[in-house]
Ligand binder design. Structure first.
Ligand SMILES: NC(=O)c1ccc[n+]([C@@H]2O[C@H](COP(=O)([O-])OP(=O)(O)OC[C@H]3O[C@@H](n4cnc5c(N)ncnc54)[C@H](OP(=O)(O)O)[C@@H]3O)[C@@H](O)[C@H]2O)c1
Length: 285
């Protein structure tokens, strides 16, 4: 059995490779333990190039985990055409290759498909209503894949973090070192999600063959300000002052949804739950 990971050089793609290589045969069925994982990424596997992507079918994958995306939300806001080219049409190309190969697909998506006006975390079946080009292009990708494939998992996530790399955790620590104090928005709320926890959950989900929409995030939610406070505390830098500011005081090209945490109810019903984000952050350090 073959498993293909697109966007394999990104943090999620790398974590999926690490989680897969750590899989051990265990009692009971474990379809993935002996599976061969094939990582693909730009420049050889550009998802916006239909000819390159159609070669995916030649690999004869059983499952394609589609992580490739344009994820810089501000770049998406500045260049919505490119965001749609990569996140919508690129995802359609991958879904078409899955259709040709009779492969299942995991389409990794985002909490930014919601508008952030809810008064509780979003459930898997809540109505979507993106408010920025990144969210619009990712939702278009979900919809294009849904129209082409029956064996599809849509996995929405938010605020991915990991050890190293360029993410919120590393940016907060770099800012603390450079400036000795931090100003962080307190009116944007979501779920910090630890890439290795998410990768393990995605592999578990594939084992179930329960296709559908999932919200796979670490348990609990917080504002970016609260996340930053916990990062400096757990990094032993609790002496660094963290000041709350509003989104209006932090100019950026994209408008993020204000309150867009995800509730994992469908995954939990299958026993797929991620631990509290604070605990995962502890492991990250
Ligand atoms: N990171 C988050 O906080 C977050 C939150 C919600 C949802 N997600 C979703 O989770 C998934 C994985 O996120 P991530 O942070 O691991 O992503 P990422 O690192 O930004 O991107 C994944 C990989 O895709 C590649 N890529 C970009 N354009 C491509 C193209 N046209 N063809 C093929 N590959 C291309 C990137 O290459 P380059 O680095 O060279 O561009 C990168 O290696 C994405 O679907 C994203 O939308 C992420």
């Amino acid at each position: 059995m073959r498993l293909v990971v697109t966007g394999a050089h990104g943090p999620l793609g790398k974590s999926i490779q690490a989680a897969h290589s750590g899989l051990h045969p265990r009692p009971g069925p474990c379809r993935l333990a002996g599976a061969e994982l094939i990582p693909v990424d730009v420049p050889d596997w550009d998802i916006t190039d239909p000819d390159q992507v159609s070669r995916l079918a030649d690999v004869k994958p059983a499952v394609v985990i589609h992580c490739a995306a344009m994820t810089d939300v501000d770049s998406c806001a500045r260049n919505p055409e490119l965001a749609f080219k990569v996140n919508a049409f690129g995802t359609q190309n991958v879904a078409l290759a899955c259709q040709r190969a009779n492969a299942a697909m995991v389409c990794v998506s985002t909490n930014e498909v919601f508008d952030g006006t809810a008064s509780r975390p979003y459930l898997e079946f809540d109505a979507t209503h993106p408010i920025n080009p990144y969210g619009l292009s990712k939702l278009a990708g979900e919809q294009m894949a849904s129209r082409l494939l029956h064996r599809l998992y849509i996995v929405r996530i938010s605020w991915l973090f990991d050890r190293g790399g360029n993410n919120f955790v590393s940016k907060i620590l770099a800012g603390a070192d450079q400036r000795g104090q931090l100003q962080v928005v307190s009116d944007e709320v979501a779920n910090p999600t630890y890439a290795p926890d998410l990768a393990a959950a995605i592999l578990h989900l594939i084992e179930t063959e329960h296709y559908g929409i999932y919200h796979l995030v670490n348990k609990g939610h917080c504002s970016r300000y609260e996340f930053a406070q916990e990062i400096v505390r757990q990094a032993g830098r609790g002496d660094i002052p963290v000041h709350p500011i509003t989104s209006d005081q932090f100019q950026r090209a994209s408008t993020p949804p204000a309150f867009a945490p995800l509730d994992n109810t469908v995954g939990a019903s299958l026993g797929i739950e991620l631990r509290p984000w604070q605990e995962a952050l502890g492991d990250c350090f």
